[in-house]
Design a protein around this ligand. Sequence first.
Ligand SMILES: Nc1ncnc2c1ncn2[C@@H]1O[C@H](COP(=O)(O)OS(=O)(=O)O)[C@@H](OP(=O)(O)O)[C@H]1O
Length: 364
Amino acid sequence: MASLYNHYSDIRRVLQKVLVMFSIFTLCASLFYLLAGCCNSLPLDAVDSIAVKQSPQLFYKTYGKSFEKNVSNCTNGMLAPAPFITSLEGTSASESENNHPGKDWTAVRRLPQALILGVKKGGTRALLEFLRLHPDIRALGSEPHFFDRHYSRGMNWYRSMMPKALDGQIVMEKTPRYFVTAETPARIHSMSKDIKLIVVVRDPITRAISDYTQIISKTHNIPSFETLTFKNRTIGQIDSLWSPIWIGLYAQHLEKWLAYFPLSQIHFVHGERLISDPAGELGKVQDFLGLQRIITDKHFYFNKTKGFPCLKKPEGSSKPHCLGKTKGRTHPKIDTEVIKKLKDFYHPHNLKFYQMAGQDFGWQ
Ligand SMILES: Nc1ncnc2c1ncn2[C@@H]1O[C@H](COP(=O)(O)OS(=O)(=O)O)[C@@H](OP(=O)(O)O)[C@H]1O
């Protein structure tokens, strides 16, 4: 009888152990499932690389709570480890979307509310890169050339090119050729009557030389700037249809825009001041866009080697950043007589432009 009792109590002990082990296993499995599930629910698609890189403040402002909650659940209440955020930075918007189909997206692709129209070689890249520091701006990095070259692709294509943006963020892009393409004002107007337009203007002579410098960097055996400037050098007749010269006829191009948009909807950035005082010019652009002045002096430093202002610390990066080698090239030395002829040529056009724009840019 006693041995039978011992036998039963052995079986009970084994069963108890099995039960405890099973409970621990179930608990672990549930915990694992819970953690995996909650990590997946993080709105990664809304948090594409640029959102984190470009606007950590806004990203945190918008996703802060859910991000913190999800991350803290996933990391047992510890802060998200840095590699987690870094790995997001390396993920493109589309990769991120493909990895997380069918999620509840807060950020959406919208048509732009602001455009940098030009001018070519005016400093449009610098302006765009500087504006990207602002948490309330989402800007397309490349030039989509929608209104000049790809209009037949339609608005849905154009919208699909835009970065995702949250409510309240301004979507923008830059295509410097828009300013001089005759069809663009009407096309842009038919997309949005209230769109904000930005034009970076620079002394048309320096702009033309910059344009020419780019041309010779791409193609060999191009005649000299001096040769191309004239239709007839003997009588000093300027070739106003040569693209580097023609683009600088700002008044002529602006006229086409003013047929569709009031001047108050167009903001001119002073190209020379964008180099000498980037924070000052950026302050005015932020005002024009109705944004808080977040980009200030503290974001820039003057890089003596480059000869241009650079970013101390672009968002999402710890290193200072200057624009690439194609921005800030050394210009060829141009015959002073030719410069003089160009000054005389542009003088009336510049005066007309100052009058139309309502400001004197001081090009002599
Ligand atoms: N911060 C900074 N760094 C480098 N370059 C700067 C900067 N700010 C303005 N710029 C001037 O921008 C000129 C190029 O203009 P864009 O960016 O409009 O050129 S482009 O039309 O997109 O090709 C470029 O022209 P080049 O000097 O002829 O290369 C610069 O003079």
